[in-house]
Design a protein around this ligand. Structure first.
Ligand code: TRP
Length: 337
């Protein structure tokens, strides 16, 4: 704490976390957690921007996402885990930031544009949804986070964050905010088990960290390979083959993997052999996570979130006073902690 560089990231609690989250961001968080002042946020309010009709679903997934964090090895010894809606200062800063960005700039954000299309919101975009990048800028700025481990789909949002904080600094002649930067996965984005570009809950093509061994087996066995690899003796395509993509991400014996790719491309290596290997690799990866998860008590997890949210509010209170003072708004008598 204190002198360590600040890392912050978060997830929307709309479902359990999956291997795509692991490759895209959780793996980096694990590497970073002990060397950074680490904040990990469950973004329930952001999840509300497109699931406002199912608050109970979001409430329920706060616990499952927190369990995923802990099961995977993120530790409260290193990280401050908190819930977005438990930090009132975030909303205050969001409101201040809202004046520093135009509606047309928000509409041009490629991530938002794509999501609006995917969710069929073209006719009527909730203002909250359009503005979630502003609230995400507040998430980052309030904690003065510099390093943000995220998937590459979040890059336009981080860019917009820097635009907003720079504008704030310029306008109010202050230097309280610094630019943030993404920490991207070296593995790139994990494909779905159907071979589609992205593993995602909504596409129903992801392997969850909490999948049972039976489900894992079903998913691995149904994985997309090379549709033209009909006989074992046929040469197979490694590129675009989901089984190889998952082996690339999770199999540590890179020499063996290289040989397997060569063999597959030449012909004579069956999909089933590869799938069995992948099943073994993923079971070895997921079994300890499942064990840790099973040992977690709901009460204990909720306490970790309560404690983290309290710590986060204390930090937030410091920044918000600096913000108010830079803006000339003066101190508030009520102490929000
Ligand atoms: N937008 C992120 C996602 O959908 C979640 C998120 C909210 C976030 N606030 C954040 C990520 C701040 C990084 C930093 O996964």
């Amino acid at each position: 704490m204190g002198s360590l560089p600040i890392m912050l990231t978060g997830d929307r609690p709309t479902g359990c976390l999956h291997l795509g989250h692991y490759v895209g961001s959780l793996a980096n968080r694990l590497l970073m957690q002990s060397n950074y002042d680490s904040f990990i946020m469950i973004a329930d309010c952001q999840a509300m921007t497109d699931h406002y009709d199912h608050p109970e679903m979001i409430q329920q997934h706060i616990l499952s996402v927190a369990k995923d964090y802990l099961a995977v090895g993120l530790s409260p010894q290193h990280c401050t885990f908190f819930v977005q809606s438990h930090i009132p200062q975030l909303f205050e800063l969001t409101i201040f930031f809202m004046n520093l960005v135009s509606v047309s700039r928000l509409e041009r954000n490629p991530t938002i544009k794509q999501e609006i299309q995917q969710k069929g919101m073209e006719q009527s975009v909730p203002a909250g949804f359009l503005c979630y990048p502003v609230s995400q800028a507040a998430d980052i700025a309030l904690f003065k986070a510099k390093y943000i481990p995220v998937g590459d789909d979040q890059l336009p949002i981080l860019e917009q964050t820097n635009e907003i904080t720079r504008r704030f600094n310029r306008l109010y002649r202050t230097e309280i905010f610094e630019d943030c930067e993404p920490v991207l996965s070296t593995e790139g984005r994990l494909v779905g088990i159907d071979g589609k570009a992205k593993a995602s809950k909504s596409l129903n093509n992801a392997i969850f960290l909490s999948d049972s061994p039976e489900i894992l087996k079903q998913k691995v066995m149904s994985m997309y390979t090379d549709p033209n690899h009909l006989r074992v003796s046929d040469p197979g395509q490694v590129e675009g083959n989901a089984v190889f993509a998952y082996l690339d991400a999770f199999y540590s014996d890179k020499e063996h993997l290289k040989e397997l790719k060569k063999h597959y491309a030449q012909g004579g290596l069956g999909d089933m052999v590869l799938k069995k290997l992948l099943l073994q690799v993923l079971s070895d990866f997921l079994d300890p996570i499942a064990q840790k998860r099973a040992a977690l008590k709901d009460e204990e997890v909720l306490e970790i979130l309560d404690y983290g949210s309290q710590v986060a509010r204390r930090r937030a209170a410091i920044t918000i006073e600096q913000v108010r003072s830079a803006m000339g708004l003066g101190r508030r008598s009520a102490n929000l902690c």
